[in-house]
Design a protein around this ligand. Structure first.
Ligand code: ATP
Length: 354
């Protein structure tokens, strides 16, 4: 049975970078004899503006039943200021499929892209695991006396024992399976003793099951400072939804920006969703200027998850070679267009007939 992929190119630069990712997939099918089939879905701003439809009815069941993975470009369009369609589609899939793991690898591919001085490629190679379904982004709260001088706004931070424990266990399991020796859990339990006290207690239990892993805790403010001061001390970081969101963008800056930052939303063993960290970047959309490397590396993460680790590591090697040879878009100091970078990478993958 081939692996079935649902592709949602989305808005802005999404279709441009996903166009390159699809060509990469075609090369992988050819060069690695990987049995992959994919279907495109036109979910995004255009459809929303035309038909008023965001996530079509029955979409979650269809994805769960008919697909092994979802590859998404980006969602967000200035014509939809509320971003309603993006919230419905992205959060709808994330919650509907219970994708509780957000995995963001932070791997420096070329030292010249890192804004820190005297940092080499081997100094920046860690993975951030962000809890993806609860915390401050659970959407629990409300406004009282809205738009009056007495307004009260409440945004709850939701932490469940089950939700916290499963992301902690996932981080430790990843460390064990990928030869990583250190896991750092980050919270703000000194200032948020109830919600993050739960993280502390769950961490204290889970770490005992993994005596071979060096488990460490840092408050999030200290962690942010330490990531910049000495990124080489980290291998696996695990944290809540809000802190993970912020830290993984901070970490993406160590790689040279959003142009090469991939991510995955996982429910291990079930259909999962893969998306570049960047948004729809409306300012450069339609100009053939977007860096396709994040989408290509995201495709690599998806392939690894689908059981094609060789194709995934080959993709990473080729992207690394492209950056080393300045085969890159302007954000990485190059002069090439999106499609030209894609052409070069696809040609290199074509040479790998297995
Ligand atoms: P969102 O709210 O969806 O995250 P945003 O505009 O705040 O949208 P991005 O779309 O990620 O965030 O863009 C942030 C900046 O990074 C913009 O200046 C954008 O042009 C740039 N950028 C993002 N992705 C890329 C890319 N793939 N190639 C080049 N530049 C990019």
């Amino acid at each position: 049975m081939p692996k079935r992929i649902a592709i949602i190119p989305g808005d802005g630069i999404g279709p441009e970078v996903i166009g390159v990712a699809e060509r990469v997939l075609a090369k992988v099918v050819h060069s690695f004899r990987a049995p992959l089939v994919w279907t495109r879905f036109d979910w995004g701003a255009e459809k929303y503006l035309r038909e008023g439809v965001t996530l079509p009815e029955g979409a979650i069941e269809m994805l769960r039943r008919d697909y092994d993975a979802i590859l998404i470009g980006a969602l967000g369009d200035p014509r939809v200021p509320s971003n309603q369609h993006a919230a419905d589609i992205l959060l709808g899939i994330r919650f509907g499929l219970d994708l509780f793991v957000n995995q963001r690898p932070v791997k420096l591919l070329d030292a010249r892209l890192c804004p820190l001085k005297s940092v080499t490629e081997k100094d920046v190679d860690f993975v951030v695991f962000r809890e993806n379904t609860e915390g401050a982004y659970a959407g629990v709260g409300g406004n009282f006396k809205r738009d009056t001088p007495d307004e009260i706004a409440v945004q709850e931070d939701v932490n469940t024992r089950k939700g916290v424990e499963r992301i902690l266990v996932h981080a430790f399991e990843f460390a064990v399976q990928h030869g990583r020796k250190k896991v750092c859990m980050s919270d703000k339990s000194n200032a948020m003793p109830y919600g993050h006290g739960l993280w502390q207690r769950a961490f204290s239990d889970v770490r005992k099951r993994y005596p071979q892993i060096e488990a460490r805790h840092l408050y999030v403010d200290t962690l942010a400072m330490e990531i910049i001061r000495n990124p080489s001390q980290f291998e696996v970081i695990v944290t809540c939804n809000l802190f993970g969101d912020i830290l993984s963008d901070l970490a993406a800056a160590l790689l040279g920006g959003l142009g090469a930052a991939p991510s995955a939303n996982l429910n291990p063993g079930r259909v999962s969703m893969f998306e570049p960290v960047h948004g729809s970047a409306p300012g450069i959309a339609g100009k053939n200027q977007a860096n396709p490397m994040a989408a290509i590396l995201t495709t690599g993460m998806m392939l690894e998850n689908l059981g094609f680790p060789e194709a995934s590591s080959r993709i990473e090697t080729v992207v690394r070679e492209a950056i080393h040879q300045n085969v890159a878009t302007a954000d990485f100091g190059g002069t090439l267009a999106t499609r030209e970078v894609g052409d070069w990478i696809c040609e290199r993958l074509e040479e790998d007939i297995c």
